[in-house]
Design a protein. Sequence first.
Lengths: 145, 145
Amino acid sequence: MRPESEVFREFLIHKGMRSTPEREEILAEVFAHHDHFDVEELIMRLRRRGLRISRASVYRTLALLVESGMVGEVYIEDGHMHYEHIYGHEHHCHLRCLGCRKLIEFRNGSLKEMEKRIGQENDFEIIGHKLEIYGYCAACRGEES
Amino acid sequence: MRPESEVFREFLIHKGMRSTPEREEILAEVFAHHDHFDVEELIMRLRRRGLRISRASVYRTLALLVESGMVGEVYIEDGHMHYEHIYGHEHHCHLRCLGCRKLIEFRNGSLKEMEKRIGQENDFEIIGHKLEIYGYCAACRGEES
DNA sequence: TTGTAAATGAGACTCTATATCATTATTTTA
DNA sequence: TAAAATAATGATATAGAGTCTCATTTACAA
Ligand SMILES: [Mn+2]
Ligand SMILES: [Mn+2]
Ligand SMILES: [Zn+2]
Ligand SMILES: [Zn+2]
């Protein structure tokens, strides 16, 4: 698998855009952790590494990463957008606990077939999906009973 | 099936809250159309009916309707929340066209079984799900080729 | 009818995200 | 390499969604 930096640089060049230190640092930080982060958290992580990249550039670069398909948006009912890196990872969906708000990842092969069927039934060319299942995790069920 | 107003009133009473003309009018308007609306649109519809209900009350009442389960939140990448009435309707998911942004509803029986399996595999008590599939509708595919 | 607790409405406020624009950096061209 | 052209950055202003405050009004129950 080709390194993230290379793929991103190619994406930028293809769009007639430039590779900059800021963009490379943000990319590196985004791929340094596997979790669901928000912009504020990302800025903090960059700061901790001694980098003072402006909020505007962080927002702009995240938009580019999403457009490139290397980063995904995660909807968390929290008033602001969250993100996760995707490139190099198998597609997954999210289980959300309504008790502790924890987000659990799970893989789901059978959605592929379902997608195919739904596409045919609705005359739709399907590119992807977002599935979030919500309920209660083991820990939260235990506490209540 | 019991009328919306009755169900909502019961929900309010159960919470120690009061039934008010504003809440009833908002409820009625929400159930007057089957579509995916935002707060601004809802306020406009109320205005057209000669009602001047404050923005704050509309927001507050929508939150109650969502809490009651009669109304669902619809995530549209548009900078603000959208809603749809749910009570009295079979559960459905959304197909979104990346071309014209149209939102198509579809029903999906096989997700029930999938939910069951995923719940067992992840030790999760599943309450519900949100599935959005995105791709290109027939019209948008036609235009391009 | 009266008292009390809750809801409304106007507007201030918060917060996320975007737009603006002067300055700085990168890339191209000569 | 130097100069010109183009794009990106960062500081800050701005926009917009949604929440909060609080004085006034209303619903409900005693
Ligand atoms: Mn994830
Ligand atoms: Mn719908
Ligand atoms: Zn939990
Ligand atoms: Zn379309």
